[in-house]
Design a protein around this ligand. Structure first.
Ligand code: C5P
Length: 229
């Protein structure tokens, strides 16, 4: 299976549709985030879902357990393949989310934990009373997520080795911060190529601009596909 989820970070529904049509057969799925979902909601989601690619709905839920469980239940009819939950919301919140998702049976979305946002450095973590050693905090939250019923977590490429060692081979690692060596780095500072990330132990890759901003997105996706083959 193609491990690439293309990040469609746009509030432009028609543009997203056109892009996804061109990527059919060349990516494993589509990541829709808050920018898209806030603009278009369930109706817009359904326009994309009908195209048949698995969808990673990156909503980063974080609230009291009852509310997060309710939010997961409300999203189940959309049948996303993956959804995100903030691990810092705690064990009870993640367990409540997992129980809510389980109600969809075999069709249940896989739940991925967000550990430490890569926009935060050690100083930011200290400011909110967390361990300023970011990798230690990432591993700690990922272990808590695994023990609380999450199927995997989002992580940066450089976190893959520590997380694979701590969590075993079956825990899903969904990895953004990926740049083919022919693509612009943009604002990604410590990117790996698709091949490097997969070799390091990534389960899935999230790739946005190297595909979406390419002159020919389908060709860019195909090139990544062939580099991973
Ligand atoms: O365009 P690019 O490939 O950088 O897009 C990466 C996607 O992954 C974006 O949707 C971005 O928000 C997301 N992401 C990230 N780094 C993280 C978590 C999520 O780039 N640590």
């Amino acid at each position: 299976m193609n491990p690439v989820f293309c990040a469609v970070d746009t509030p432009d529904l028609a543009g997203a549709e056109k892009l996804i049509d061109s990527l059919q057969g060349h990516v494993g799925g589509i990541k829709l985030g808050l920018e898209f979902f806030m603009a278009h909601g369930m109706a817009g989601y359904s326009v994309i879902a009908i195209k048949g690619l698995p969808i990673f709905l990156d909503v980063k839920l974080h609230d009291i357990p009852n509310t997060v469980a309710g939010a997961v239940a409300s999203l189940l009819p959309l049948r996303p393949a993956f959804m995100t939950i903030h691990a810092s919301g705690g064990a009870a919140m993640m367990r409540a989310a997992a129980e809510a998702a389980a109600k969809a049976g075999a069709e249940r979305p896989k739940l991925l934990a967000v550990t430490v946002l890569t926009s935060l450095d050690g100083g930011d973590l200290a400011d909110v009373g967390q361990d300023a050693d970011t990798l230690r905090q990432v591993v700690r939250l990922a272990k808590l997520a695994q023990a609380s019923g999450m199927d995997g977590c989002i992580c940066s490429p450089e976190e893959i080795p520590a997380l694979r060692a701590a969590l075993g081979k079956d825990f899903i690692l969904m990895v953004p911060g990926i740049r083919p060596d022919w693509a612009a780095a943009n604002d990604q500072k410590r990117a790996m190529t698709p091949r490097q990330a997969c070799d390091a132990g990534a389960t899935y890759l999230v790739i946005g601009r190297p595909i979406t901003k390419a002159q020919d997105p389908a060709q860019a996706a195909q090139r990544i596909e062939s580099e991973l083959a």
